[in-house]
Design a protein around this ligand. Structure first.
Ligand code: MOS
Length: 753
């Protein structure tokens, strides 16, 4: 379609994409009027508190609810014999319904992990429910749980990506690294607790959930509760984040729904912070052996990445640590394997950058060790091993600027001033360590439907059955639709978080933004085409053919007119006496190769590099992350303000991953994740956050969608931990291969102030 000069100019002036808009839902959030799941209250509301197992392995010997049942306000104590039936959903190969913990709650008397729910107390108030839950007497046949953190393979490893002969090439490589890296179990700690508010009207459920995937939740709950999907409506208007822990249903969701059905009253269940360490997933412990072989001038000749992760007794959660390894560097011989080791722990799940984030801690730490062995600068080593094709798929990339991330970052960070000698750099009496690591994350699209209504009152409504995990989906949609329509985003109402809306993508895998663009563009086109037809019978366009009319900047005008001379769309609607026109768009997940179901035509990933400075004070063993520069190649950035915020948040999380976070399963205390609170499980705070400089390269990836936008929820975390570990080595001479890096690890440093 030819575009006139004036239209092109106006398009450039009207640029909502790339605008640093504040969040459209910001005022609701700061004023406390955004309704999170547990903010929903209904007449006759009851409160449910689960009873959690105090052993990690064994069985229930007796469950005595008699005292609890007689307590004030108590409506019921549900357990295996009286809660009713749940259905177990078989794993389905097309991932159309995902449930990480497949065993429904209260399914049998066997205990497989600490905190497994054994009953649920329902009462008229939350304290009464808590008191009743505490009064349920459970006795167990306890067995010794297996929460061993050293992993040994229980099965043959699964071979992932493979090319050439990695073993033979390693054997003959002149320079080698062969090391094992460990990342601990990490617990998701979004500020908002998991919660369900369940309503049952005799036929249908309405479930208010803190969930990253309302559509999957609808299908999964329908299947497990044994009601048709159309009788389950899932609502999730605001999330206080989830980090992956809220992607799939957990057992508390079913306890709440079944309680509401059994009692015919609304039931609220809020999972406690302690229970969040037990029953709603975690990033599993990983143990990864990396073998790299290289020539003397630093060309990789062999890469082997063999990883294990723990999973629960019943579920095979595969972390997939080797996800990024096959395409990050050029290497003719490669082999990636993975394996699962079953332990008496809750079922693990995806956590921000699953697979790649722990995987890159291993791979990028090994690259740093290789650079030191070769006496080659670690930035230079990565430049020498850059690849312009994805050798795993033998496909070109949609858009890859990893090299530029390295060179731009090195320049901005001042990397050329780095003295590679350990402990050689000082500033203000502190020892400096500078480290670098590469980052990558998938760039994909999921199926997405969206509807745009243009209304006669001049407003626009955009509806999509996705949800805003908290990072800006409402804002992003207002911007994308605003750009597509040439209408100010302030006039656009965005409606999300209801499974009754057109099916939208889950908020996971950094895929929402990229998935939305094609759907919104098509919806905008369909709605505005209807307007064009409508305008052919309205003044001043009567008698014009629709082909001769254009919609741009919110107005209908003739092709030979500029938009400014056209008629605002709401006037067309008003004169036609029509309240609104609607268009629905659909985008398909062309890049769903992450499930390995379709053969992609191109390889699509985001890239980045983390440059990190630490300061080390050997006199008092004090380590700080003092400076971070992150260069991100993630396509066109729709909103640099929320985008920078995403990356900064991820970097702060990465500091926690490198230095603080680990979930400790204590075999001396019944296999409990014993540091199950925010005092003992340390996450980064503002005080730990250094100056973080975020640079977006901003190359539109137009293979992914017309605006060239990718998601950026996870890429900022990738590479942080290995860059910190590299910086710590540079400062102290100590290579820490097991996260988190602790002060105890560094005491042996011989670097002196
Ligand atoms: Mo994320 S782990 O894709 O929610």
């Amino acid at each position: 379609m030819p575009t006139s000069q004036s239209e092109t100019t106006e398009k450039q002036v009207f640029s909502v994409i790339g605008r640093s808009m504040p969040r459209v839902d910001g005022p609701l959030k700061v004023s406390g009027s955004a309704t999170y799941t547990s903010d929903h209250n209904f007449p006759g509301m009851l409160y449910a508190v689960p009873v959690a197992s105090t052993i990690a392995k064994g069985s229930i010997a007796a469950l005595d609810t008699s005292a609890a049942e007689k307590m004030p306000g108590v409506k019921a104590i549900f357990h295996r014999r009286n809660i009713g039936r749940f259905f177990r959903v078989a794993p389905n190969p097309d991932f159309s319904v995902v449930i990480d913990e497949r065993r429904p709650p209260l399914d049998d008397d066997i205990i497989r992990y600490y905190g497994q729910y054994v009953a649920v107390a329902v009462a008229e108030s939350s304290p009464e429910a808590q008191a009743a839950a505490d009064a349920v007497k459970v006795t167990y046949h306890e067995e010794t749980p297996d929460v061993e953190s050293k992993l040994t393979p229980q099965n043959e490893p699964t071979v992932g990506s493979t090319r050439g002969d990695a073993g033979a090439a390693f054997a003959t490589a002149p320079v080698k690294v062969d090391e094992t890296y460990v990342t601990p179990a990490e617990t998701h700690n979004p500020i908002e607790l998991h919660a369900t508010v369940a309503l049952w009207d005799g036929t249908s459920f309405t479930l208010y959930e803190s969930i990253q995937a309302i559509k999957n939740q609808q299908l999964a709950m329908s299947a497990m509760l044994g009601v048709p999907p159309e009788n389950v409506r899932v609502i999730s208007k605001f999330l206080g984040s989830g980090f992956g822990g809220k992607l799939w249903p957990w057992t508390h969701c079913l306890l709440a729904a079944a309680s509401a059905r059994n009692l015919s009253q609304p039931v609220k269940l809020v999972v406690s912070r302690k229970m969040m360490f037990q029953t709603v997933g975690h990033r599993p412990l990983t143990q990864q052996r990396i073998r790299l072989g290289a020539t003397a001038n630093g060309k990789l000749t062999s890469t082997q990445h063999d990883s294990l992760n723990h999973s629960s007794i019943q579920d095979d959660y595969d972390e997939g640590c080797g996800e990024a390894t096959p395409h990050l560097y050029r290497c003719p011989n490669l082999r990636v394997t993975g394996g699962v080791v079953h332990r008496n722990v809750g079922t693990p799940t995806a956590m921000r950058g699953p697979g790649a984030v722990p995987g890159l801690f291993a791979l990028e730490s090994a690259m740093d060790e290789l650079a030191i062995k070769l006496n080659i600068d670690p930035v230079e080593l990565r430049l020498r091993n850059d690849t312009q094709i994805d050798e795993a798929l033998n496909l070109p990339f949609t858009s890859r600027h990893f090299k530029e991330c390295l060179t731009v970052g090195a320049e901005k960070f001042g990397w050329h001033q780095r003295n590679p000698a350990v402990g050689s750099m000082r500033k203000d009496g502190l020892i400096l360590g500078w480290g670098v690591a590469g980052a990558t994350w998938i760039a994909n699209r999921l199926d997405c439907d969206a509807t745009i209504d243009l209304k006669a009152d001049g407003s626009v409504r955009v509806a999509c059955g996705t949800q805003d995990i908290g990072t800006g989906t409402y804002t992003m949609i207002a911007q994308i639709a605003g750009e597509a329509l040439g209408i100010d985003p302030d006039k656009i109402e965005v409606v999300l978080g209801d499974s009754a809306l057109p099916t939208g993508p889950l908020s996971g895998g950094s895929m929402v933004t990229a998935s939305l663009v094609p759907a919104l563009l098509e919806a905008a086109k369909k709605a505005t085409q209807k307007l064009q037809f409508m305008a052919t019978t309205a003044t001043p366009f009567s008698g014009q053919s629709a082909d001769n009319l254009v919609f741009s900047n919110g107005r209908i005008h003739r092709k030979d007119q500029s938009a400014a001379d056209g008629v605002p769309y709401d006037q067309i609607l008003k004169s036609a006496n029509i309240n609104s026109v609607s268009g629905t768009g659909r985008s398909q997940g062309d890049f769903t190769d992450l499930l390995g179901l379709t053969k992609p035509k191109l390889s699509s990933h985001s890239y980045g590099v983390q440059f990190i400075e630490v300061t080390w004070q050997p006199e008092i063993a004090r380590l700080r992350v003092s400076r971070v520069l992150t260069v991100i190649d993630a396509g066109r950035i729709i909103n640099p303000r929320t985008g920078r915020n995403q990356i900064e948040g991820a970097v702060v999380m990465g500091i926690g991953m490198a230095l603080f976070e680990y979930t400790f399963y204590d075999d001396q205390h019944h296999g409990a994740p014993i540091n199950s609170n925010l005092a003992d499980y340390v996450v980064s705070t503002n005080a730990d956050a250094p100056n973080i400089d975020v640079v977006f390269l901003d190359y539109p990836d137009t293979h992914l969608n017309a605006y060239g936008a990718r998601g950026i929820g996870e890429i900022g975390l990738a590479g942080v931990a290995p860059a910190i570990a590299a910086a710590v080595y540079h400062a102290t001479g100590i290579r820490v291969r097991e996260l988190p890096i602790r002060i105890e690890d560094l005491i042996g440093s011989t670097v002196r102030a």
